[in-house]
Design a protein around this ligand. Structure first.
Ligand code: MD3
Ligand code: FE
Length: 217
């Protein structure tokens, strides 16, 4: 009786799937945080608007970015780095909201990483067509700390490679509410995002937003 009833209800339980040694996919983990998270996100973006940065090679990224926390990831003609100051405003990045930190720390625990203390949250906005080419995240001080990523809005095809650029990436569809924790051997694996397909998300419209929580310093 109960089982039959629940079969007609959308899946509300988070799930846990290993993607690689140290990489854990937590589908639906955002649900209990969703409304507070999106409200806090809107406040951050009002203080530190999304902007499309330039790579050291002079190419403008298709993904627009902002940050919160005591350190923010920036790129410009002089290189990639973490900086406590938003170059567009000359002010510190917005403080990391409590709900952001709670989500990241609880996801890290669920992924097997106790004691995660993120000081940086990079916020990526993908509009249709925006993509991120294969790269490693190497600008952080301590690779023993994991990275937690949170997907919101439109779904994306995430490309998950290996320790070498030439390793053939596997494709994962990351959807609104999914969280992935990347630590251990997977921490330095190559990864990227395929060009975003258009669509409309009920809460976020024609965009995908990804939060990545990092220990930068
Ligand atoms: C695997 N962002 O901001 S999140 C990035 O969806 C970035 O916006 C993508 O790659 C996005 O650097 C992917 C998933 C992710 C983040 C960090 C990783 C996967 C990772 C670090 C190591 C291995
Ligand atoms: Fe990355």
């Amino acid at each position: 009786m109960t089982a039959d009833l629940f079969e007609t209800v959308p899946d509300v339980r988070p799930s846990r799937e290993a993607m690689a040694d140290g990489a854990v996919l937590l589908r639906g983990f955002v649900k209990p945080f969703e409304s507070d998270l999106i409200a806090a996100l809107r406040e951050i973006v009002a203080q530190a608007p999304f902007r499309r940065m330039f790579t050291p090679g002079g190419h403008q990224m298709s993904v627009a970015m902002t940050n919160c926390g005591s350190a923010g990831w920036v790129t410009d003609r002089s290189g990639y780095r973490y900086d406590g100051i938003d170059p567009n405003s000359g002010q510190p990045w917005p403080t990391m909201p409590t709900v952001f930190c709670q989500l990241a720390v609880q996801a890290a625990i669920a992924g097997g990483f106790d004691g995660f203390a993120p000081d940086a949250c990079l916020i990526n906005r993908y509009e249709p067509g925006a993509r991120m080419s294969l790269h490693q995240d190497k600008d952080e001080q301590d690779f023993a700390a994991p990275i937690a990523s949170v997907s919101l809005g439109l779904p994306a095809i995430f490309l998950f490679g290996g320790p070498k650029r030439a390793d053939k990436p596997r494709r994962y569809r990351l959807e609104h509410g999914d969280v992935v924790v990347w630590g251990g051997p997977s921490r330095l694996f190559f990864h990227g995002v395929a060009p975003l397909a258009d669509g409309e998300h009920a809460l976020l419209g024609h965009q995908r937003i990804n939060l990545t929580f990092r220990k930068a310093r």
